[in-house]
Ligand binder design. Structure first.
Ligand SMILES: [Zn+2]
Ligand SMILES: [Zn+2]
Length: 313
């Protein structure tokens, strides 16, 4: 890759690694960028963790690390969502992933977080305009892809956009939209930015996501955020049913009610479908403890915080 006569732009701070590749293809007039990107990035989903562990992505990260003198671990944690996902990956596995001699044998099983916009790349219309002025081009920001985020990390009242307001087109492949623009590539509609005032719970979840992503502690302490002892909480509660099975059911019911009241169902699209997200249920959080999805752990943590606050009153 080093020897190719290509125009190699600098990678922006906060630029997603895959966004960098798509911008590179655009700058160099590589027309078949769809298949190139598929080769490098696999399914090319912003929120999926698995493509990060493809060997081609790893080679790309090493290339970026050498070219721009960035530590390899930083390429992963600052330019991909591994910055967030690392909090539920075993530190010994994590160290292997960010090592130069990474081998495909390091198998990691991680699922995509089931958020409403889970397959879409998101952008902030205000950032698009500001980046054009400041850098001469818009680019895909990693922080806009955090599953915990509803609004922009810079423009806290601006909703992150993932689909065309007119035709509903969703960006799932950066080959079709190498840099974010407010104009729809299918119907030409120009997007207007929308504002959203986050309530206290939404704000708390969003800020937790930023905090985890920007956490600078070493990999060994990553797991601490993931400790959520749902089981002992269920067992210790005396105000609910005798049978453990019923306790879990009652806990789930009140948890889902609270999600609706706090408008945290926005992460899942609609209030009515929230009960169908099986992996959000308390017994699943216990069974998959340590592998549970980060957003779900944050939602449960916030719920327990809410219970403690109500108990005090
Ligand atoms: Zn913004
Ligand atoms: Zn459209």
């Amino acid at each position: 890759m080093n020897k190719l006569p290509i125009n190699l732009p600098n990678i922006f701070e906060n630029e997603h690694l895959y966004g960098y590749v798509s911008r590179l293809c655009l700058l160099n007039g590589i027309l078949d960028s769809n298949s190139i990107q598929k080769g490098i990035m696999g399914c090319n989903k912003a929120l999926a963790a698995l493509p990060l562990f493809k060997e081609s992505t790893h080679e790309l990260a090493i290339f970026i690390s050498d070219k721009f003198s960035l530590p390899l671990a930083d390429v992963f944690t600052r330019h991909t969502l591994l910055g967030l996902f690392r909090h539920n990956i075993d530190p010994t596995v994590l160290r292997k992933v960010v090592a130069k001699d990474y081998s495909r044998k390091t198998v990691i099983s991680l699922e995509q977080t089931e958020v409403y916009w889970g397959k879409a790349w998101r952008y902030c219309p205000c950032c698009v305009e500001e980046d054009k002025v400041q850098h001469g081009t818009a680019y895909w920001h990693v922080e806009h892809q955090l599953p915990t985020s509803l609004t922009c990390y810079k423009h806290v009242k601006t909703t992150l956009e993932y689909k065309c307001q007119k035709c509903g087109l969703v960006t799932t492949n950066l080959g079709c939209k190498p840099i974010p623009t407010a104009q729809c590539e299918k119907c030409g509609h120009t997007h207007e930015s929308m504002s959203l005032h986050l309530n206290r719970d939404q704000k708390s979840i969003q800020e937790s996501g930023f905090r985890l992503f920007n956490d600078t502690s070493n990999f060994d302490s990553s797991m601490q955020y993931y400790m959520l002892d749902v089981d002992s909480i269920v067992r210790s509660r005396e105000d609910i049913s005798e049978s453990l099975e019923l306790r879990y059911k009652e806990l789930d019911d009140s948890f889902f009610d609270w999600l609706s009241e706090s408008e945290l169902t926005v992460y899942f699209g609609h209030d009515s479908s929230i009960g169908t997200v099986q992996s959000l249920r308390a017994h699943r959080m216990v069974r998959y403890s340590g592998r549970a999805k980060l957003l779900y752990v944050l939602l449960w943590q916030r719920y327990f915080y809410h219970l403690r606050q109500t108990a005090k009153q």
